[in-house]
Design a protein around this ligand. Structure first.
Ligand code: VG1
Ligand code: CO
Length: 541
């Protein structure tokens, strides 16, 4: 074992979902090693502990995995489980941690951010429950990166990541496992594959865009092999280190091809896509886009139709900026609804405590207590299970849902790569103005309340403050402002817009038209153009 001297790098602070930086930043000598050693120093693995390592296959994945294996062996881990080819989708990694009772895992991903030598990379640590480390752990890791002065690694050659089996690295057993099999089996236990297969045999068609990211092999195995969808159902199914030069972000902008298909005459019944690391989902029916917030609500309302959820849900949790559509479902089911800060790490306690069964975020993340990460293919399969049982189209299901619960028109406007000082100044000024907002008229809207969201975790009593600025209007409309915690360039301002139309109201209108007053109010309240010079968002989802 060799002890390598090192000095701290600034800024190794995990964001919403781990440490994300440009590849070139990660390529600095000792950069990844410092962070990984800081993780090991904080979690202090028991001798012989099991560590899971996997990533989304992006550029630099294999280099960091080989080094992480040498470091894990030097730090006393007894076994490392690594996906073949270095591949594990984020939900599959969560499952492997749980299934093999690992003490934790390193997930190498920058999710939906582009990949390649000039693009992004990331490292995230997940704890023994399979979920992202909570803030107490990520804060301790960050603190450790600021004092680190050495890292430990064995002086061993790279292992063969492409061949299944177990090799010894020092005293550590390193097992290369099939990244797909355990996950696909789990899906088969949760969902009624026979009923979905029958629907496929009866003519149900779909298109799944894997965006050249990690879900390709998973989707091919599950959708084409196990469920019988036609070959070619999975598009862009081969993971590439640069995702084919695209952003593996499943939204209307980056999954435009799928969108265009689903709104064309040639549309199949069902369309879906996932992101770089496989934890997000895009759901688009024939000529019907389903917002992620609506998808969460619709899945929750129908989950009992899948065998894994037949006994009903304990509760539903959503992140604060996610629309309140799911809350109405919870109310009608007579179960609790939870509102957490952005980021899956905040759902872990609720899931572990059995207080919530299904969770979701407006950013196309949905999942349940089957793992401790959001899970793109899980959401796709739950949709398919529901459609196969109810024998209706996505559009019909959405219309019936809105007729029963009302409709939360919703959009998110992102202003990307802003100078950090501008974004900070905007948020500071808005925050300072919140106290004076109640009662103020903004166009036709009147502010009811305004605050900075703070979360009190009902399980461990911890508090997370400053989780986004909320302006709530009379009648249930709402604007939320927050800065992204996953970007690698400047700051990204996210503006979340929501308007509720009750049962019997305008349920069949276009979203931009329904949100026009809120869009104007957002600029008036926050001075977006004044602070940033921007007159329109870069991305609308
Ligand atoms: C974004 C999303 C958030 C999600 C996070 C990680 O965070 O808004 O809902 O949990 O990404 O998802 P932010 O701080 O940029 O708004 V993933 O698929 O990037 O792991
Ligand atoms: Co992701």
């Amino acid at each position: 074992m060799t002890t390598y001297k090192t000095t701290p790098y600034e800024g190794q602070k995990p964001g919403t979902s781990g440490l994300r930086k440009k590849v070139r930043v990660f390529q600095q000598p000792g950069y990844a090693e410092n962070f990984i050693q800081a993780v090991f120093d904080v979690v202090e693995p028991a001798p012989g502990a099991v560590l899971v390592i996997g990533g989304d296959g992006r550029y630099h994945n294999r280099t960091v995995i080989q080094q992480a294996i040498r470091m894990a062996a030097a730090n006393g881990y007894g076994q490392v489980l690594v996906g073949q080819g270095g591949i594990l989708s984020t939900p599959a990694a969560s499952n492997v941690i749980r299934q093999y009772k690992a003490s934790g895992g390193l997930i190498l991903s920058a999710s939906h951010n582009p990949g390649g030598p000039d693009e992004d990379f990331g490292i995230k640590y997940n704890i023994a429950n399979g979920g992202p480390a909570p803030e107490s752990v990520t804060d301790a890791i960050y603190a450790r990166t600021q004092t680190i002065d050495r890292y430990l690694a064995l002086d061993t050659p790279d292992i063969d990541l492409d061949t299944l089996g177990t090799v010894e690295v020092g005293a550590c057993r390193v097992t290369v496992l099939d990244p797909v099999a355990d996950y696909a089996d789990l899906m088969e236990r949760l969902f009624d594959f026979a009923t979905i297969r029958a629907a496929v045999a009866g003519g149900l068609t779909m298109a799944f865009d894997a965006m050249h990211a990690v879900t390709g092999p998973y989707a091919t195995e599950i959708l084409e092999k196990r469920l019988g969808f036609a070959p070619g159902t999975v598009r862009n199914g081969v993971p590439l280190e640069d995702f084919g030069g695209h952003h593996p972000d499943p939204n209307m902008v980056h999954a435009k091809e799928l969108f265009d298909l689903m709104f064309s005459e040639a549309a199949p019944d069902f369309g879906a896509a996932s992101d770089g690391d496989g934890d997000r989902n895009l759901i688009v029916g024939k000529h019907r886009f389903v917002t992620p917030s609506d998808s969460l609500a619709m899945l929750a309302a129908n989950a009992h139709l899948a065998p894994g959820y037949a006994k009903g849900l304990a509760g539903i949790a959503r992140s604060m900026p996610t629309s309140a559509a799911a809350d109405r479902v919870a109310a009608s089911l007579g179960i609790p609804a939870f509102e957490t800060p952005t980021g899956w790490k905040f759902f872990g306690n609720l899931l572990d405590a059995g207080m919530a069964t299904i969770c979701g975020e407006e950013s196309a993340g949905t999942g349940s207590d089957h793992v401790r990460e959001k899970d793109g293919l899980w959401a796709v399969l739950l949709w398919l299970n529901i459609l196969a049982v109810r024998k209706i189209s996505v559009d019909a299901l959405a219309r019936k849902h809105w007729a029963k619960f009302g409709r939360n028109y919703y959009a998110r406007h992102d202003y990307e790569a802003l100078p950090t000082e501008q974004a900070d100044a905007l948020m500071a000024a808005l925050k300072a103005s919140l106290g004076a907002l109640p009662g103020r008229k903004v166009g036709p809207l009147r502010v009811e309340t305004a605050d900075s969201f703070s979360y009190l975790d009902p399980v461990d009593g911890s508090t997370s403050a400053n989780q986004g600025l909320r302006v709530l209007f009379e009648g249930g409309s709402r604007i939320v402002f927050r800065l992204s915690g996953t970007g690698t360039q400047g700051a990204t301002l996210r503006v979340y817009l929501e308007r509720y139309e009750p049962v019997g109201g305008d349920l069949d209108r276009e979203t931009p038209e329904m949100l026009a007053d809120l869009i104007a109010a957002a600029d008036e309240l926050a001075g977006i153009t004044r602070h940033t010079g921007r007159t329109a968002p870069d991305v609308v989802t």
